[in-house]
Design a binder for this molecule. Structure first.
Ligand SMILES: Nc1ncnc2c1ncn2[C@@H]1O[C@H](COP(=O)(O)OP(=O)(O)OP(=O)(O)O)[C@@H](O)[C@H]1O
Ligand SMILES: CC(=O)N[C@H]1[C@@H]2OC[C@@H](O2)[C@@H](O)[C@@H]1O[C@H](C)C(=O)O
Length: 382
């Protein structure tokens, strides 16, 4: 009789609904014992318009928030459950073959201490409902523990970027262009310990303001390929005003969100000027590219490779501007390094859920500024 074979891998699902508020991305991935992963399926779902509108509205203080947030959490959990069902069906996976789902939730407030002295981060979610609907353990609320330990609670993906993209002999930078941009600066894995500090921080707005402007003036949710921005002219005076935002010059650790970079922030800088909308869009794209490029040049000059993920990697104009602003740096989409741009963050939350189940820390104190490594999140058993 053949000896019983050991299970060769563990399967996890990761679900991300990020600050661009475009919908949910999910991946299902197999992890080997040493933590390497193979994504075996991807599924996504757009937000139904009323849920998107409510999640967007909940980013700013308003009436009856507790009730509305609870209902939005239910709506999000049901959308998540639909994505999980697609992932299971597409890959012929039974729920009990999945160790856990890492479900990020929807950030509607992000207030690390120095933002306004409050010190909390809030991801709307209903992990109990998702566990009930999916029959799978759910890990959620990944950020609060890092904040409790004095950290920013974000970004959390740099540790995953390190596991996935770091190289033995050369540093690598990884840029996520979602609603907000964040950069991971990965030292060479063989670098001496004294020079091997991994940094990561949010650079500023990526697509959030461009999406807003595009919706307002073209009635479209985003600027496909960046073609509208590419047809405009950068406004030097406006660009200088936007770049003067103190957040950009702040040293890490730092993180941000729609709490700072919201439509009123843009409106305040536009003032009463009557610039052509297409030129404002070109300027917003330049703001994204220039702040990300400046962040790389300030904190990892020696990097010759920039791997770009997130939906912004599909914006040809943004990618061109990054290349122009970073001569000598190869700027490549993450698809050239094994994982399509829209799957990286979801895969990161599958990876983080696995860490939590194994009681392994998910944060990096060098990135978030937390007092130390912490096991992140809460587990909701199926
Ligand atoms: N073909 C495309 N051309 C230009 N932009 C695109 C394209 N596809 C997606 N995007 C942009 O990418 C955004 C979605 O990116 P993504 O899903 O990575 O963001 P997110 O995960 O919601 O945000 P975050 O990483 O800040 O949490 C869209 O809102 C849009 O602006
Ligand atoms: C509070 C919050 O949701 N932050 C997000 C957001 O989207 C991009 C950037 O701002 C990053 O800090 C973070 O997401 C990724 C997944 C992170 O934690 O690494």
């Amino acid at each position: 009789m053949a000896a019983a074979t050991q299970q060769p891998h563990q399967r996890f699902i990761g679900l991300m609904s990020g600050t661009s508020l475009d919908g949910v991305d999910g991946v299902i991935a197999d992890f080997s014992d040493d933590g390497r992963l193979a994504v075996i399926g991807h599924a996504s779902a757009d937000f139904p318009a009323p849920l998107r509108a409510e999640l967007m509205a909940l980013n700013t203080p308003g009436d009856n928030e507790l009730h509305r947030a609870a209902l939005a959490g239910n709506g999000l959990a049901r959308l998540y459950a639909g994505v999980v069902a697609q992932l299971l069906a597409n890959t012929g996976t039974a729920p009990d073959a999945v160790a856990a789902i890492g479900a990020h939730g929807q950030t509607v407030r992000h207030r690390p201490l120095e933002f306004d002295g409050t010190g909390y981060t809030l991801q709307i979610n209903n992990p109990s409902l998702l566990a009930e609907l999916s029959g799978i353990d759910v890990v959620a609320d990944f950020r609060s523990r890092d904040l409790a330990a004095g950290g920013q609670g974000a970004p959390l993906v740099p540790a995953f970027h390190q596991a996935l993209f770091a190289r033995p002999d050369a540093p690598v930078a990884v840029l996520n262009l979602g609603g907000i941009s964040n950069l991971s600066l990965l030292p060479a894995t063989r670098a001496p310990a004294s020079t091997a500090t991994l940094l990561g921080f949010d650079c500023g707005p990526a697509n959030a303001l461009m999406d807003h402007w595009c919706q307002r003036h073209l009635g479209q949710p985003f600027d496909k390929g960046g073609r509208w921005a590419a047809s405009g002219r950068v406004l030097p005076e406006l660009l200088a005003r936007l770049q003067a935002e103190p957040y950009f010059a702040k040293a890490p650790p730092k993180s941000t969100g729609r709490d700072l970079f919201h439509p009123d922030w843009l409106a305040g800088h536009l003032g009463t000027a009557t610039w052509a909308p297409v030129d404002v869009q070109a300027t917003l794209a330049e703001l994204t590219a220039s702040t990300c490029a400046a962040a790389l040049q300030s904190y990892q000059k020696e990097s010759e490779l920039l791997i770009v993920c997130g939906g912004g990697a599909l914006n040809g104009h943004l990618m061109d501007r990054l290349r122009a602003l970073l001569p000598g740096v190869q700027v490549q989409a993450s698809s050239e390094h094994g994982l399509p741009p829209q799957q990286v963050e979801a895969a990161a939350f599958a990876w983080l859920a696995r860490r939590t189940l194994r009681r392994e820390p998910g944060n990096l104190a060098s990135v978030t500024g937390a007092r130390g490594a912490r096991v992140l999140g809460a587990i909701y058993p199926a």
